[in-house]
Write a protein that binds this ligand. Sequence first.
Ligand SMILES: [Mg+2]
Length: 368
Amino acid sequence: MRIVEVSSWSVPFPAADPVFRWRDGLPGSAPAGDRGILRISTDTGVSGVALAGRPGSAPVLADLVERVLRPELLGADPLQREYLWHRIWELDRIDEIPLPLLGIVDIALWDLAGRHYGVPAWELMGGFRERIPAYASTVTFGSVDEYLDVADQCLALGYSAIKLHAWGDATRDIELIRALRDHVGAGVSLMYDGSAGFDLPDAIRVGRALSDADYLWYEEPMREFSVNAYAQLSRTVDVPLLVAETSDGAHMNSADFIAAGAATFGVRASAGLRGGLTGSLRTAHLADAFRIRAEVHGGDLPNRHLCMAISNTTYYESLVTSNPVRREACVDADGFVSAPRIPGIGLPAGPAYPDELRQHIADEDANR
Ligand SMILES: [Mg+2]
């Protein structure tokens, strides 16, 4: 089997409904805009697709396809995912491919392989489970009282754990961290994600509050440029750290966080940010060797497949963007997400895709 065509499309995606906020200083939910889709086609008729999920991705992907990806991939064997994964990192040396696009070829090749063999990607990766609990990952709400109300709704809807994305103000966030623990009691797993809003002194203040309130993990309080700052934090606070989500270099970078003693809970696996499924599997196996977690970040279709294939992940991240809370369609009443059933990975249902991509659009019901 050989690759005979590499194409990209620009597909209009609607704005989030309702719109929502992240912490102070960050833009909120993305407005309506085009996203890029990559398709890799072969001489046997089977093809694979992947979505570039970030706003502004469509023109960047189109340019990469024209200049870099098509010349590299035409004529290659699409089942040699390992070889092609290494080629992308070679090409990155000159092109500095945007982090969320470093895994897009890999995701399309796993989709293609799954369709070629007639099995879902998670099964092809080596299945570990067929369902996993989801945690409610909040966006940023307006007040402590609103968060407590949202938490009550999440627990009533079946979620067994809650992760805060709060304001990024250490004093206000500490008040919320304590109030939420007091409100839900000792039996509910709580996590906190700083979305890189702090410097080290404020990260230590927040970390001490998280330790006192018995939070399960403390995620990305600072930008992940300084491994040293994370090592200092891990020596200073007791709450376990979940690190290396947005830093470049996939498992090669995660290794430095682990070696520095900074990954006391674990590291992030992520189809979008750790070099596709292949980079995430490498990261997970690396973490497994050190007996720490590789928690899957983000809640799209490729990451659902990763959740079913990685032994040392424990949750699916389900974003809660609204009040009243709407439970994500793939999360059942017991708070679990099940393994996708269609071959390959597929594209999420909803957007107005071009006709050429129809066969790749995942039927929501088949994936529920
Ligand atoms: Mg995060």
